[in-house]
Design a protein around this ligand. Structure first.
Ligand code: KIV
Length: 289
């Protein structure tokens, strides 16, 4: 299947076809995501929590993101990839934002980048990156890089004024040149209001069923990441249990001498070579020198 482009996503939006968006952080997962026919991959800075074991996304660096983007591109050569701009890769200035967005495209093999925030500063970064010829996705609602200001990982826009502010942010980012906007953890009425007023694809993660498409963190939906699961996640498998049980069985087999089985999980040597080998070992000087 040919890699989808921005035009395909716009067409899907117009036709009312849902856009399916999933995270991936490594080669093997990306291969499976592409095989499953997912439309768009986010190499999210959530890799900090899901893959690198940090408590938040804040320690993730540009180099971490580039390395993982490259691995995902190798696994999914025909899927549209969005590289997530990590903390402090775009906050300081438009120039740094453009430079780091360029690294995602040139070094990481991404097709677009995403950054968090809906205020004038985020709009300015989006405008600058877009004017440099790079596709940018906005990200509003819950924005984990501003978790301290938002009071933790909490749903946003739950009162009327806060909800109106999020709809305003979506308009601001669209006007700044975002090719799409991701809306995270808001009531479905807010996801719907944004979607109805947008001329670009609105993708939701915990923003209800009315957005033009959906994103989930792959490790949440297959039950791999078990530290916590957000309310909006539907679990399609419990891979964590399957893998842990396989590891337990392997440990038991090794401890009981059941694995490996000679002749089944081992390399063969011709009988005469084995005989010669043992004869050689009996010679007193063969292991010297
Ligand atoms: O990093 C990520 O995966 C994200 C999603 C949580 C929206 O930005």
């Amino acid at each position: 299947m040919a890699k989808k482009t921005r035009l395909d996503f716009n067409e899907m939006m117009v036709k009312g076809e849902k856009i399916v968006y999933l995270t991936a952080y490594d080669y093997l997962t990306a291969k499976m995501v592409e095989k499953a026919g997912i439309d768009m991959i986010l190499v999210g800075d959530s890799l900090g929590m899901v893959t690198l074991g940090y408590e938040t996304t804040l320690p993730v660096s540009m180099d971490d993101m580039i390395r993982h983007c490259q691995a995902v591109r190798r696994g999914a050569p025909n899927t549209f990839i969005v590289g997530d701009m990590p903390y402090m890769s775009y906050q300081v200035s438009d120039e740094e934002a453009v430079y780091n967005a360029g690294r995602f495209i040139r070094e990481g093999g991404a097709d677009a980048v995403k950054l968090e925030g809906g205020g004038p500063r985020a709009a300015s970064r989006i405008k600058a990156i877009n004017e440099s010829g790079i596709l940018v996705m906005g990200h509003i609602g819950l924005t984990p890089q501003s978790m301290a200001q938002q009071g933790g990982y909490k749903a946003q826009g739950r009162n009327s004024q806060a909800a109106v502010n999020i709809v305003k942010e979506a308009k601001r980012l669209e006007e700044a040149g975002a090719f799409s906007i991701l809306v995270e953890a808001v009531p479905s009425a807010v996801g719907k209001a944004i979607t109805e007023r947008a001329n670009i694809p609105i993708l939701g993660i915990g923003a209800g069923p009315y957005t033009h498409g959906q994103l989930v963190i792959y490790a949440d939906m297959i039950g791999l990441y078990d530290n916590f699961t957000p309310k909006f996640v539907k679990k399609y498998a419990d891979v964590n249990e399957i893998i842990t049980n396989a590891f337990k069985e392997y440990a038991k087999d090794v401890r009981e001498g059941i694995f490996p089985v000679d002749g089944e999980h081992t390399y063969k040597m011709k009988e005469e070579e084995v005989e010669e080998f043992f004869k050689l070992l009996e010679k007193s000087d063969v292991l010297e020198g």
